[in-house]
Design a protein around this ligand. Structure first.
Ligand code: DLL
Length: 434
């Protein structure tokens, strides 16, 4: 299959290292000058940009964390003045506050190029009609894929997410040959296509899925139901959005575009870099990004890296499917949710109707995530009538919808019925089987 930039994608590993070293030195210097948080961390370690000569010095550099984005909200970590920031995106942070990332013109160009490489690796071309069913908005999925599809010269259908019957009708009428969305939404779409009996009217060949974990059995089910080949793509807002890594035609891990991102695998507890092939927390350094660059950023995703050459000819290393996270972030219908966000809404709700004792229950029914929240009511609420209980449930639902951007079914339960824990509170019951 076509390789968009063979001179980069098949660069010998020694050359990749050289390129990374040059770019790392450049990035460290400008971040030291422009990003206070990074400068402070370097100073604390007694490090100056001149101490960094190349990738061999990477492990000396300080780590960065999601919490930093919260502490410096919204723009405090940007390495360029705002007049050079062309676009921002955002996603959930560890608390109610969102994390904000920014892109310069060059960043947007690099982003669409990464997505274009990815789409080429999957075998798409200007002949394709690509339905983008990731959400457009602050989430990076919609706009991220959109720009890459345009860059390879394919035709883009900017559907955004939701409205399943219209999605199916559009796919059929506009003869979409490729689609992207979350794998769980693809499963749902596949079911609906089956129900509507329109599988033989589809022109779909390829599905590009990511933004949440999914299994091989899910892949096979989607492939069979939609009659397509399904590819895994990975990314996160803090590093780029979609386009950080993706599968090629051989589907043996996701190639990380190493001319822009340096991955490391570390022990999440000690921060120690683990030997080649180990499973641990994935950490990224962005060596090309201007607007919002990061050094040794903890993704919290657990996976391993594959260094052996790939049959496709690309020399860039591959990451295996993330097998979980080292924090408590949940991904529900593709939306990142932290239990602390829910806790904050419940605490803010105040009044004397509820207590902040709750259980989050997640399951997957008909291939769609269900999201229920049991909240313990107070003794005084308990004696109230059913009408006021329903009213309170509705009010909490609305507050959560606006805080999380996600629908949730809230159930007030009787006082003292949620088990108290002696250690860490068990707040999440995730019954989904991937
Ligand atoms: O989900 C970016 C994206 C959009 C990737 C569209 C792929 C397609 P965030 O909302 O910041 O960004 O969420 C990032 O989602 O740290 C992982 O935990 C998870 N994730 C993303 N892709 C995959 C994948 C986008 N292929 C977080 N497999 C990441 C497993 C994934 N988890």
């Amino acid at each position: 299959m076509a390789i968009l930039h063979p001179e980069i994608e098949t660069l010998p590993r020694e050359e990749i290292k050289k390129l990374q070293s040059e770019k790392l030195v450049w990035q460290v210097k400008r971040m030291y000058e422009n990003v206070e948080c990074f400068r402070n961390r370097m100073d604390e370690k007694g490090l100056k940009p001149e101490d960094i000569h190349g990738v061999e010095d990477l492990a000396k550099l300080p780590f960065s964390y999601k919490q930093d984005l919260r502490d410096y909200y919204p723009y405090g970590l940007f390495a360029e003045p705002l007049e050079n920031i062309r676009r921002v995106h955002a996603s959930s942070g560890t608390t109610g506050k969102r994390i904000v990332v920014g892109y310069t013109d060059n960043d947007l160009d690099m982003w669409s190029d990464c997505v274009a490489r990815m789409l080429k690796a999957i075998g798409l071309s200007d002949k394709d009609i690509f339905q983008v069913s990731f959400g457009y908005g602050l989430f990076t999925g919609g706009f991220g894929l959109h720009a890459g599809v345009e860059k390879i010269g394919a035709t883009v259908i900017p559907m955004s997410s939701g409205n399943t019957s219209l999605q199916i009708q559009t796919m059929v009428d506009f003869k979409a040959t490729a689609i992207c969305c979350t794998p769980s939404y693809a499963m749902y779409l596949a079911e609906e296509v089956e129900k509507a009996g329109v599988k033989d009217q589809l022109s779909l060949k390829v599905g590009v899925f990511g933004a949440e974990p999914w299994s091989e059995s899910m892949r096979h089910e989607i492939e069979e139901k939609l009659g397509i080949k399904a590819y895994d793509i990975y990314g996160l807002s803090e590093i780029l959005g979609p386009g950080v890594s993706c599968e090629c035609e051989y589907q043996c891990g996701m190639h990380v575009w190493e001319d822009h991102f340096i991955p490391e695998i570390i022990d999440p507890d000690t921060g120690e870099v683990l030997p080649e092939g180990s499973t641990g927390e994935l950490v990224f350094t962005t060596i090309s990004k201007e607007g919002f660059p990061v050094i040794r950023y903890h993704t919290r995703d657990i996976c391993s890296l594959e260094y052996a050459p790939c049959k496709c000819g690309r020399t860039h290393i591959r990451m295996n499917k993330p097998s979980g996270r080292s924090d408590d972030m949940l991904i529900i219908r593709g939306v990142n949710v932290f239990p602390s966000q829910i806790e904050e809404v419940l605490l803010d709700f105040g009044g004397n109707e509820i207590t902040p004792n709750y259980i989050i229950k997640i399951d997957r029914v008909n291939n769609t995530d269900t999201f229920d929240l049991d909240v313990e009511m107070s003794e005084s609420m308990f004696t109230d009538d059913l009408k006021s209980i329903t009213k309170t449930e509705k009010a909490i639902t609305e507050k959560l919808r606006s805080a999380l951007g996600l629908g949730v079914r809230v159930h007030l339960v009787n006082p003292k019925t949620i088990a108290r824990s002696e250690g860490k509170a068990k707040r999440v019951l995730d019954l989904r089987k991937l």
